[in-house]
Write a protein that binds this ligand. Sequence first.
Ligand code: ATP
Ligand code: MG
Ligand code: FE
Length: 340
Amino acid sequence: MKVLGIESSCDETGVALYDTERGLLGHRVHSQIDLHAAYGGVVPELASRDHIRRLPLLVRETLADAGCALGELDALAYTAGPGLAGALLVGAGMAEALAMALGVPALPVHHLEGHLLSPLLAADPPAFPFVALLVSGGHTQLMRVSGVGEYELLGESLDDAAGEAFDKTAKLLGLGYPGGPQLARLAEQGTTGRFRLPRPMLNSGDLDFSFSGLKTAVLNVVSAPGWHAVDAVDLAADFQQAVVEVLVRKALAALRRTGLRHLVVAGGVGANRQLRAQLDEAARRRGWRVYYPEPELCTDNGAMIAFAGALRLAAGERVAGDGEIRIRPRWPLTELVKPV
Ligand code: ATP
Ligand code: MG
Ligand code: FE
């Protein structure tokens, strides 16, 4: 079964072709970073317009890369939420229109389910059940994943998401937008231990997180008299270490609590090298194992949407097939159910 996936929930336009027999046959992502950089954040109206501009070409290119004709598609899958309503409508409209023209089903997919299942696209995927640490720009969650659509929330951030904390702190350090990856690069050149930053909720006894206080602590450092911009590398290193330490500690606690031995990390912050190194080391010592998506599939992409859609369709999920454009800008992951 060949499924074309379309992602347009925020500021990346992603298209991918996934074949249930042959795997990922092609994927393309267009990032709108340059478009929004001048505003320091995503401008929803501009995002929607750019998705409209890019999608038709990306669909054509993805199919050409894979040597697949439009008529060979068995289904479409699109991100229906959560995300920006106007941006979601573009991908949903495109997918539903194509599906109707081709006479094939179009499946609305949950963006976070896409992130969550993306490590299963790797060469050596984990088997269910596992614990998932979802660390993206909008979410920080620990889930127990027993199967497709079987997600139990174990804990989550009470305020900022981990990626959001990286981005906001990067802004405080005068880095460009979006600053998360730049902050991580800066941190790699720095030395930890110079700045005493908090480890929010490290010993809270639950699996929840809080990152907004960390950003405030950084603000206090950079606004104190005697702050020198040359120290930003070391402050970046200490900030990154504080986030990583909390994420590692809570992920390990989630494994202990559930009795599971496999951890899956998904979402943009999953690309962070320190997070990966420290999770791998901690898990190795306990005989546990950590799985990651391919680095390019950590941030938003169409491949994870095509894949999640294909898994659901293969499991027998039915599709309304009425051409209705289904988007759900606010959509808790825990409302998902097993494919039926
Ligand atoms: P959501 O999926 O919750 O709706 P999103 O789609 O915006 O949010 P992703 O695309 O998964 O999130 O990830 C983007 C986030 O990942 C940004 O906040 C970015 O700063 C962060 N990020 C990307 N690479 C790194 C890195 N190497 N280290 C730390 N953070 C990173
Ligand atoms: Mg993005
Ligand atoms: Fe995302």
